[in-house]
Design a binder for this molecule. Structure first.
Ligand SMILES: NC(=O)c1ccc[n+]([C@@H]2O[C@H](COP(=O)([O-])OP(=O)(O)OC[C@H]3O[C@@H](n4cnc5c(N)ncnc54)[C@H](O)[C@@H]3O)[C@@H](O)[C@H]2O)c1
Length: 419
């Protein structure tokens, strides 16, 4: 078995983490049990470009239990948990090509190793694997039945490809499923972004002015949690609807140019580029902390920050680089502008990834059933799969809900008389 991980001797720690996460992933575990019997993915080569975390290990185990031959690579150079990667190889016999801190060329070499695995189904978190299958490795695209996309930025990239008529195989926007983004993007990113910032800085949130750029699913989650810890939260937005929502949720809303002057901590969660740039760094307070939790490390204009600085001290603390501007003010950039929750903390808690990865696993089964029948386009997750995941999650939480009565069903299906 070919693989490339940092250190196989880390496997026992990794195994503990994988099994600990599994305790909190009952929906995925129930699917794994069913897959082990019915083998819906029997003999299928599957390649997944995902954050190599304990939760990802559990979806890989689920796909393998379903009969798939799984290979994994990282979807971010800084998010790999090396102990988990080691355990996947050693204990679960799943090939992994991922090393935390890998450089750009190794990152792409690893993606290519999973393409050499000759997948018929792919999973992506940010569309880097699909992009490779449409550019440097396009001869391999003919084999793909479908690809699953896990995050907002990936779905945006894939929709652009589809609109330009460039997409070569069907993709499923798993990110857009309610069973994913309502919980994973909101509660998962919300909590783990706070966790990453605190682990990196030991900052007290109470009383700090925290600037949240982007009030989408992730931004809402983070703003809510930061407020819960006593921060004074300010939101910046470009969308008028989201801006009103933030205002009515009780947050201050203002442009970044104004927020830059007052913030103690800045967090970008937009999926956009250069959201914090020169004109903003120039007016920031001394010792302002800047972090990103959006997918790519382009939300903060780091080249501009470098240009404005007379001195940079790398690693003044783990995951913290100090930039001293020519006006002598210091700015602390966390995790080189990469996803702070995955770089400095452990990513989303397993309990929320349970829903995202249960949706992914059921979707893999679905695309096999629909083989050849799905148009080459970006598809939504069928509502029945979303409902199934939510039903199983409620059951695991011992929460029961009401059922519509026959009379109510009839009422809702009719034109709905009042009295
Ligand atoms: N950290 C994680 O683990 C994690 C998890 C899920 C998603 N993501 C990533 O986070 C990013 C956001 O995802 P989402 O699901 O919240 O997307 P979303 O589309 O729901 O929200 C993004 C918001 O940012 C706003 N925005 C865009 N440009 C802006 C700008 N210049 N200034 C201020 N606001 C701006 C948009 O109007 C929108 O409201 C994406 O890159 C996504 O891939 C990260």
């Amino acid at each position: 078995m070919k693989y490339d991980v940092a250190d196989l001797s880390l496997s026992s720690e990794g195994k503990k983490r994988i099994l600990w996460a599994d305790n909190d992933m009952p929906v995925l575990a129930s699917i794994r049990k069913r897959f082990a019997k019915s083998k819906p993915l029997r003999g299928k080569n599957v390649s997944a470009c995902l954050h190599i975390t304990a939760e990802t290990a559990n979806i890989a185990r689920t796909l393998k239990a379903g009969g798939a031959n799984v290979a994994l690579c990282a979807s971010n150079p800084l998010s790999t948990q090396d102990d988990v990667a080691a355990s996947l190889v050693k204990d679960f016999k799943i090939p992994v090509f991922a090393i935390c801190g890998e450089n750009r060329s190794t990152y792409y070499k690893h993606i290519n190793a999973t393409i050499d695995h000759k997948p018929v189904i792919t999973f992506d978190d940010g569309a880097d694997l699909v992009n490779e299958l449409h550019t440097r490795r396009k001869k391999e695209a003919h084999r793909i039945i479908a690809s699953m996309e896990e995050t907002t930025t990936g779905v945006i990239r894939l929709r652009v490809m589809a609109n330009k008529g460039k997409l070569k195989f069907p993709v499923i926007a798993v990110n857009d499923a309610a069973s994913k983004r309502l919980f994973d993007n909101r509660y998962g990113t919300g909590q783990s972004t706070v966790d990453g910032i605190i682990r990196a800085t030991d900052l007290l949130m109470a009383g700090k002015k925290v600037i949240v750029a982007g009030y989408g699913w992730c931004g809402r989650g983070f703003a809510m949690r930061a407020r819960g810890m006593g921060a004074i939260v300010v939101v910046t937005e470009v969308d008028s609807i989201k801006a009103i929502e933030a205002a009515m949720d009780g947050f201050e809303v203002m442009p970044m140019a104004q927020a830059a002057k007052v913030g103690d901590l800045f967090v970008t969660l937009t999926g956009n580029k250069n959201v914090i740039r020169s004109e903003h760094f120039r007016v920031m307070k001394d010792r302002a902390v800047v972090a990103n939790s959006g997918h790519f490390n382009v939300e903060i204009d780091i080249p501009a920050l470098k240009k404005l600085s007379k001195k940079m001290r790398r690693g003044v603390r783990n995951y913290v680089d100090e930039y001293v501007l020519r006006n002598n003010r210091r700015i602390y950039l966390l995790a080189e502008g990469r996803l702070i929750n995955l770089a400095a903390a452990e990513g989303h808690p397993a309990s929320v990834m349970d829903m995202s990865f249960a949706t992914q696993a059921l979707e893999a089964e679905y695309v096999i059933k629909k083989r050849g029948k799905l148009a080459v386009a970006v598809h939504d997750v069928p509502i029945e799969i979303e409902r199934q995941v939510c039903r199983l999650k409620l059951k695991s939480m011992s929460i029961a809900i009401d059922k519509l009565t026959a009379e109510q069903l009839e009422y809702l299906a009719s034109s709905g008389e009042g009295t």
